[in-house]
Design a protein around this ligand. Structure first.
Ligand code: 13P
Length: 254
């Protein structure tokens, strides 16, 4: 299957894996996925494992991502991690505005936009997450919610920067629930996001931006989701924690 945009499949390990466990996982992935060239592959371990994983994926087709980053470049921000600190471990991507951070850390679209600008200044590609809750979907306001998040979380990005940005559509009701968006639901929102991007920038730019789907992606549904015209990859949570399931998701997507 040849798509207009190269698929990007990323594992968001969330708050899982000690450094030793992370090494086991990434060494297994390295072995299983060594031959994959058709898909860009990213692993996003917790901060404490970045150094170990960074070493373990040298000279491989796996790239490193972080799960969060400060909007500030340095200074008195206890507990925060800067872009420069991530760069030290050759981090190429950073997940920003994940729904868990929006919910538990009260991250706003403005904060996410500022973080995205800080990431770009350090040549780290942001993976900006958006998605509606079940309540919002049932109230029929999915497009309003997702549209506001896209516009707000990308505010201030230049055309060059947006082309180096990944968007992840993760319906909150599909995260960790085993309940995946149907192909129609996913395609509909992805196409909607691309129309917003075309309005914010232009058609050609919108066509170059990768929009990942996230929410209970597993080996059994990866093929259908990844074949949708506006789905350009996956942000995988639970199923990224095992070599077998993550590898099968990747292989089933090719
Ligand atoms: P699950 O794949 O566990 O549903 O998590 C999705 C997610 O939140 C990825 O960022």
């Amino acid at each position: 299957m040849q798509k207009e945009r190269k698929l990007l499949i990323a594992g968001n390990w969330k708050m899982n894996k000690t450094a030793a466990e992370a090494l086991d996982l990434v060494n297994g992935l390295r072995r299983e996925l060594a031959a994959v060239k058709e898909v860009d592959l990213v692993v996003c371990p917790p901060f404490t494992a970045l150094g170990h994983v960074s070493q373990a994926i040298l000279d491989s087709n796996l790239r490193l991502g972080a799960q969060n980053m400060s909007e500030h470049t340095g200074g008195a921000y206890t507990g925060e991690i800067s872009a420069a600190m991530l760069k030290e471990f050759s981090v190429r991507y950073v997940i920003l505005g994940h729904s868990e951070r929006r919910q538990y850390q009260k991250e706003s679209d403005l904060l996410v936009a500022n973080k995205a600008l800080t990431a770009h200044a350090a040549a780290i590609k942001p993976i900006v997450c958006v998605g509606e809750t079940l309540e919002q979907r049932e109230a029929g306001i999915t497009e309003k919610v997702v549209g506001d998040q896209v516009r707000g979380s990308l505010a201030g990005l230049s055309k060059d920067q947006i082309e180096e940005t990944v968007i992840a559509y993760e319906p909150v009701w599909a995260i960790g629930t085993g309940r995946t968006a149907t192909a129609e639901q996913a395609q509909e929102v992805h196409a909607f996001i691309r129309r917003i991007l075309a309005g914010l920038f232009d058609e050609a730019t919108a066509r170059r931006i990768r929009i990942q789907y996230g929410g209970s992606v597993k080996p059994s549904n990866a093929r259908e989701l990844m074949s949708l015209p506006d789905v350009d990859g996956a942000l995988v949570g639970g199923a990224s924690l095992e070599v077998r399931s993550f590898s099968d998701i990747v292989k089933n997507s090719i």
